[in-house]
Design a protein around this ligand. Sequence first.
Ligand code: ADP
Ligand code: TRP
Length: 335
Amino acid sequence: MAANTYLTGIKPTGDFHLGNYVGAIKPALAASHEYDTYYFIADYHALNTIKDAEELRHSIRSGAATWLACGLDPERTIVYQQSHVPETFELTTVLSALTPKGLMNRAHAYKAARDRNVAAGVTDLDAGINMGLFNYPILMAADILVMEGTHVPVGRDQTQHIEYTADIAGYFNHRFGDAYSFPIPKGVIDDSDASILPGVDGRKMSKSYDNHIPLFLPENKLKKAIRRIPTDSTPVEEPKDPDGSVPFQLLQHFAADDTVADVRKRLQAGGMGWGELKNELFEAVNAEIGPKRERYEELMANPEEIDAILRKGSERARVRARATLDRVRTAIGAA
Ligand code: ADP
Ligand code: TRP
């Protein structure tokens, strides 16, 4: 069996925020220096929500450009587009034949969509739910298994999807394991609170709470967004509790350790105001993100460059996907 393969899908919907950068992009980039990594833009997952060609095209490029600008190296990592690997969809069909419908009925995302209908008093509980949402866990299992992914870095909301993938791989292996077995993948999920970036209101930064700071805000808007983070009215000269303040929590993720230690001391001693803390925070975030923002804008101005990277990566990914499908077809008797 091949060595460990780290694989993850990037949802190309909506703009990325600082929380995605800290919690998803940075750790995935770190893994790319250690392991065999396959990172792809999950465009056919996005099709469940985006029904506009220009919007989908833009989202694919913007998602890829974000990761590339943050330092993803397409020589080191296989960076590809889900829809460019059609073997994924063939495997989805095979896995669908082995997966009990009841498993899909119990999927969190599907149940949540039905619950929203209950709450809205709609009698047809499946109203507004497309088959793409219902089948999502099987497609995600195919994404992973077609590349024989062994480790899947994801947010904790994806835990059930990884468990389903392991179950679905198990159904296949149980039936056809004499001829071919999928490796059973594991989720790589950082559950520590230290890895969660707070939003401007102190809750976890999230698009759904509308408390996020977009990753590539222009410099002047970034400065304004940071200035607007609520703080209490403790006067400049009074001692302050660094850990209770959102700007300080954010600073810890962006500034060097000695800067953080120095700011902590100054806040505790009194004499440092929230305004000065926010200036430090802006400098730290802008120093880290500024060059990436420039690279992002450069890539978005040259979409052919992004498309070429995705095309090349997808060809490399297909080599692996074809090999898996050859084994699967033989194992099930289709070849
Ligand atoms: P959102 O909550 O804004 O919709 P997503 O669910 O799309 O974000 O998250 C995509 C990835 O970014 C996941 O891996 C998730 O764990 C990570 N992530 C999102 N928000 C944060 C955050 N505030 N802190 C750390 N990681 C985050
Ligand atoms: N479902 C994941 C999310 O919403 C994205 C995704 C699609 C994915 N296919 C995947 C993640 C395969 C890991 C492996 O974030």
